[in-house]
Ligand binder design. Structure first.
Ligand code: ATP
Ligand code: MG
Length: 234
């Protein structure tokens, strides 16, 4: 569903992501881990279209989107939840969702909204609450709900458990796993939290200095502190 080939991206002369090859199929959750500053966010930005790739290609369901700006990639089926979530704190949950509805110029927004509330019932209970009043976990669910408005084929999540109470991390992971399965979504998630990772995947890819350097079993990573030290810097 998502096919990334030999992707190179960075900031001006600074090359941050090098030669990334990665495919995620429908219903699959693919996890990337790596130390701080190795290029995880830059990779997701390059897939979402917020950074232009200098080489390589990105395709969704066979359609090449490499030259598309972000809004056209969204139309092609890529949804992106950035690190830190970026929800509007002064707007209500409903208004946050409607911003996405407007951005997509949807034909039947009320039906889509109802579907989202069906998938993420928590949001239905909080519709009139302001974004800033939600807990970290609730904000993450809102950010995911907002991303799903476009009925994407691919969902990019950048550290969804960051800033979330440990007791809620597993819940967020289960929600992501359920949605991926129910919607046949291809999910590419950057995550450092092993509790989250263990709930959604059996294997992880490790990114270091912009390249995929290893493909590990989550079980081994959880068990072996030396691997965590080597690849996560913890
Ligand atoms: N807007 C920018 N302009 C220039 N350099 C940037 C910019 N954003 C990130 N970088 C650099 O690119 C490199 C990779 O950053 P990136 O944010 O992709 O890493 P990351 O793996 O997501 O890190 P973290 O774990 O801290 O989120 C870093 O060296 C960073 O300083
Ligand atoms: Mg990052």
């Amino acid at each position: 569903m998502l096919d990334i080939q030999r992707l190179v991206a960075g900031y001006g002369p600074l090359v941050v992501v090098r030669d990334i090859d990665l495919s995620v199929s429908a219903g699959e959750i693919s996890v990337l881990i790596g130390r701080n500053g190795v290029g995880k966010t830059t990779l997701l930005r390059a897939v979402a279209g917020h950074r232009r790739a200098t080489e390589g290609s990105v395709a969704v369901a066979g359609e090449e989107v490499t030259s598309f700006p972000p809004h056209r990639r969204a139309r092609a089926g890529i949804a992106y939840v950035p690190q830190g979530r970026d929800i509007f704190g002064t707007l209500t949950v409903k208004e946050n969702l409607l911003v996405a509805v407007k951005a997509m110029r949807m034909r039947d927004p009320s039906r889509r909204l109802a579907e989202i509330l069906d998938m993420l019932p928590l949001l239905g209970e909080k519709l009139q609450d302001r974004g800033a009043s939600l807990s970290g976990g609730q904000q993450q669910i809102l950010a995911i709900g907002r991303a799903l408005i476009s009925d994407p084929k691919v969902l990019l999540l950048d550290e969804p458990s960051e800033g979330i109470q440990p007791s809620i991390v597993a819940e967020i992971a289960e929600t992501v796993a359920r949605i991926a399965q129910e919607r046949g979504l291809a999910v590419l998630v950057v995550e450092q939290n092993l509790d989250f990772v263990a709930k959604v995947a059996e294997r992880v890819r490790v990114i270091d200095r912009g390249q995929i350097v290893a493909n590990l079993r989550v079980e081994d990573l959880v068990r072996e502190e030396s691997l965590q030290h080597q690849y996560l810097g913890v």
